[in-house]
Design a protein around this ligand. Structure first.
Ligand SMILES: [Mn+2]
Length: 303
């Protein structure tokens, strides 16, 4: 029997639950979504014929209360499990199919669940990998000096999500090799220079605004958003938070200040997340508006 998993497309905490299922030898159909796609796509995916699945999982994604209620009425809810760690989801703990813990990441929560009864993934290398994912996702890597965690995040940007999954399934299947191999170390060294130039460019492009009594720095950025947010905030302590806009994806908000609540800003704009790191989607309508702003007399057309 197969498993189905719907998870977050954009970081290693999102894709690593897929890796864990594959390491267990499960036959798995997986779907990677951006935060802004959840409300539209989850109901569509869960309308398919679900009889072929033994388990249905959602990890590292937050749903609206309406979606939880909708799932709660489904006959398949017994085989449905959701693992999340976003503070905005605390109301969801009332549902028996939800496992929520804001001190963990989605991958570590899911690993703990899978480990029960499956010896095959209780090996030090996989355990270590999960800890790196947790350190990166909860931003503990700086304090713990977990540079492997940081390198995994950089490799994710280089490989892209699908290749990252494939690569690390193969890597983690071998219990005694290192998580990052020699050729990757070389690649990361080259990438480091590229990332540095990218950050310098983004720093020059930073625009500042006032939003709800906050000083906000804004850049357009598609990659390295967690790290970029941290670096821009460090370079501009006068700003309350940094907003990074990826027009085709969504908006990420980051701060290092304790008195800024980005979770509430993101939820007021249709998203969610954590106090210091949150995000929300960009609608199709807004994307079209941008084109209309640029090409003044443009008209919508079909192909
Ligand atoms: Mn996460």
């Amino acid at each position: 029997m197969k498993d189905m998993i719907i998870t977050h497309a954009k970081d290693i905490d999102g894709v690593s639950p897929v890796i864990l299922l594959k390491l267990l030898g499960r036959d798995v159909d997986f779907y990677l979504l951006e935060v802004g796609e959840v409300e539209e796509k989850v109901p569509l995916l869960l309308k398919e014929d679900l009889d072929i699945y033994e388990n249905i999982y959602i990890t590292d994604l937050s749903l609206s209360n309406e979606l939880y209620e909708w799932i709660d009425k489904k006959p398949w809810k017994e085989k449905f499990h959701l693992f999340d760690h976003h503070i905005s989801q605390q109301y969801a703990s009332v549902y028996p199919f939800v496992t929520l813990d804001i001190t963990e990441c989605a991958t570590s929560l899911f690993y703990r669940y899978l480990k029960i009864g499956s010896e095959s993934i209780s090996i030090p290398k996989i355990e270590g990998y999960v800890e790196h994912v947790r350190n990166l996702d909860l931003w503990h890597w700086v304090e713990k000096q977990d540079f492997v965690a940081k390198k995994l995040g950089d490799l994710f940007e280089i490989y892209g999500n699908l290749e990252y999954i494939e690569h690390f399934v193969q890597n983690l299947e071998k219990p005694n090799t290192s998580i990052i191999d020699q050729s990757e170390e070389e690649l990361l060294k080259i990438e480091e220079g590229r990332i540095k130039r990218y950050f310098e460019r983004k720093n020059e492009q930073l625009m500042t605004f006032r939003y709800q009594n906050y000083k906000m720095g804004v850049v357009y950025a598609e990659n390295y958003r967690s790290e970029l947010g941290m670096l821009l905030q460090e370079a501009h302590p006068e700003l309350d938070f940094i907003a990074m806009i990826n027009v085709s994806g969504g908006v990420s908000l980051r701060t290092q200040k304790d008195d800024v609540d980005l979770e509430s800003i993101a939820s007021s704009l249709g998203g969610g997340g954590h106090k210091k790191a949150s995000g929300f989607g960009i609608s199709e309508e807004q994307r079209i508006d941008i084109i209309k702003q640029i090409f003044v007399d443009v008209e919508e057309d079909s192909i």
